[in-house]
Design a protein around this ligand. Sequence first.
Ligand code: MSP
Length: 523
Amino acid sequence: MKEKFYITSPIYYPSSKLTIGNCYTTIICDTIARFKKLQGKDVFYMTGTDEHGQKVFDAAKKTGKDVKQHLDDIIADTQQLWKMLDIEYDKFIRTTDEDHVCAVKKIFNTLYEKGYIYKSTYKGLYCLPCESFWTPSQLVDGKCPDCGREVVEQEEESYFFKLSEFSDKLLALYKENPKFLLPTSRVNEMVNNFIKPGLEDLCVSRTSVKWGIPVEFDKKHTIYVWIDALSNYLTGLGYLSENDENFKKYWPADLHMVGKDIVRFHAIIWPAILMALDLPLPKQIFGHGWLLLGGDKLSKSKKTETIECTDPRILVPRYSADAVRYYLLREIPFGSDGNYSTEALLNRFNSDLCNNFGNLVSRTFSMLKKYFNLEIPAVSAYDENEKQLQSKVMSERENVQRYMDEYDVSKAIASVFDIFSEANTYIQLAQPWAVAKEENGKEKLKAIMRSLLETIRIGCELLAPFMPNSAKKVLDALGVEGKEFSDFDKFEGLQEGQKIAELSILFPRLDIAKELEELSKLV
Ligand code: MSP
């Protein structure tokens, strides 16, 4: 039986303006999910939308549409964006789904019945855009530490979750399980900023927010959006529904991938809720860094975005989903923040996709056409140069796996591209055009071409999780079906004598100045 792997992206606030920053989380998850499949795992990847709360309600009202209709339109748009970026999820959950709503009510009831939730009065500082309460010590310059906006005093009857009871258990969890939260710097942040100063009980219901899931036993309250949202990881698997097969099969999650801004909810509140429910904890939470623009977090409302084109809906049709995926996966050192720049994206397009990968494929294919009429040659023996190339390819293959086991997508994709660079260097060294002119060069030429083709094949098998579309184009042309990782550890994956198909140019060279000028007219 295949080993299971359950991975989640955060569920997004509904917005037709999802930024390239939001796309970053989803592209990483999709890549990891695809890589795990390549490793032969039974993967379940879930994402979706987080549709309750005052902010969502107000945004919908502004459009003049019925709230549900407004949400349906936006969700269709979000799904379209994921499709555009080749995101392959197994389930798209909406927190307005009936099953989810039903299960969240039950979760809240259970927490109440078990004595983890009690009624009291909340007085506090609330950030409306972030839908978060803060203690005075958590504010930065008197403002919300997450978004920097004003907070307001609020007082209302509320239900509270006994988060304060979980400090020791959370500290023990981080200590006994050092890989629970990665990178480790995030653990220090949780411990020093939140747990050590003392966890306070968490306000988990509102009477002023109407667009939310009602508390079943006290209907004037709606359930706090983060309890609602976090529960999606369970309810999306059918937890507490008629069909909980997926829950039995996939829970606990193997990986919750989240941006660093929401680590606090995932590494403190979420495990505490699960402990209270007596459910197993997720195996790992990874808090990746932010994509910054001019030093600021890319956001749905910032004006800075008008100086650069950050809109995936413009970038993808112009440069392809693979180019955008490549840039984001490669350029941002994984776990750290990274700066977005359209110019850097275009430079990478030309240098890595066009000059390195694309050029390797087109040179190799045209030489095969010229020398062997597109037929894959059989080889009797390889020379030292070919053996060296083979061993480099194999060691990069191992590197890709090692980095992906640590979710270091940027180093992993760099290793895939090292394979292509090696092959380009090898062409210069082997000089097939000169060998073709040698009187007895035929056998040698076969060995060179076969080595290049097998290198491209292995490179593209490895590339498929990162850049699925281009990898598939090349593998299809080579007549190869995608294999599992363990099945492409040899230089003998191609069918001798079979003809490969011709390919059009994968990444046509860009005139960067011209592109930047055209883009500037679009934003
Ligand atoms: N709805 C919550 C998540 C609930 S999960 C139970 C939420 N939604 S969000 O739409 O604001 O953000 C979704 C994801 O996008 C988060 O992981 C967030 O960190 C990520 N990003 C938003 N802007 C980002 C960047 N500029 N860079 C990288 N990731 C960013 O939070």
